[in-house]
Design a protein around this ligand. Structure first.
Ligand code: CDP
Length: 219
């Protein structure tokens, strides 16, 4: 059995940073499932397929050529052999990812691709439905949250420190909109798994969250 730790939660709760730290600490593989949905959305946008056309979207997903490569402890993502690491991080692609992620057939088509990441010596899986649907037998399940204001504040700081001009109110309303879209969808809505340990990181640093999970996982 491959050991698996799942980390689920809403947009901007700090899952990405946390999962990178966990993967490094345990020497495990890392699945950024959001990146898969984002690459799928980018492919759909690039091919000018309408998100409303479910069967056309599905055809794109089924032939998706995705690769992840670790370079200097950072994960670079490739679509059709071209690096798209920064391209998939735009708000436009995030919003499109959230829309196609609401389609049940899309989620089903991406299931096996995600399960493939569970390889020796272990896996840290970051997403929305890792503990509930993709890896229901995971050894440790975490549900990481933070208030929408705190998540917006972190995103805002992150943008400012990378030299990007940012608008706090716009970021906050994007986060609220995506929360709404992700939690109210009919298929696999974002919800805590009953067996997950729930952590509110609003008043905690990601380092403190990391310490808490390692303590819990190793006990
Ligand atoms: O963290 P952030 O919300 O910015 O984005 P992400 O984790 O990269 O995910 C992008 C979108 O993909 C989310 O808004 C979700 O709608 C969707 N997603 C999903 O449905 N299931 C997952 N396991 C991961 C992401």
């Amino acid at each position: 059995e491959i050991p698996i730790i799942t980390v689920d939660g809403p947009s901007g709760a700090g899952k990405g940073t946390l999962c990178q730290k966990l993967a490094q600490y345990y020497g495990f593989h890392l699945l950024d499932s959001g990146a898969i949905y984002r690459i799928a959305a980018l492919a759909v946008c690039n091919l000018q397929v309408s998100i409303e056309d479910e069967s056309a979207v599905l055809r794109v997903i089924e032939t998706l050529d995705i690769q992840f490569k670790t370079v200097d402890q950072k994960i670079a993502v490739f679509l059709d052999g071209k690096e798209v690491s920064s391209q998939i991080r735009t708000e436009r692609v995030g919003m499109a990812a959230s829309k196609i992620a609401a389609l049940g057939n899309v989620r089903a088509a991406l299931l096996e691709r995600q399960r493939h990441f569970a390889q020796s010596p272990g896996l840290i899986a970051d997403g929305r439905d890792m503990g509930t649907t993709v890896f229901p037998n995971a050894d440790v399940k975490v549900f990481l949250t933070a208030t929408a204001e705190e998540r917006a504040r972190r995103r805002y700081q992150q943008l400012l420190s990378s030299g990007v001009d940012a608008d706090f109110e716009a970021i906050l309303s994007d986060i609220q909109l995506r929360d709404e879209q992700d939690s109210k969808r009919a298929v696999s809505p974002l919800k805590a798994c009953t067996s997950a340990v729930s952590i509110d990181s609003s008043e905690m640093t990601i380092d403190a969250v990391f310490e808490k999970i390692v303590e819990y996982a190793d006990s």
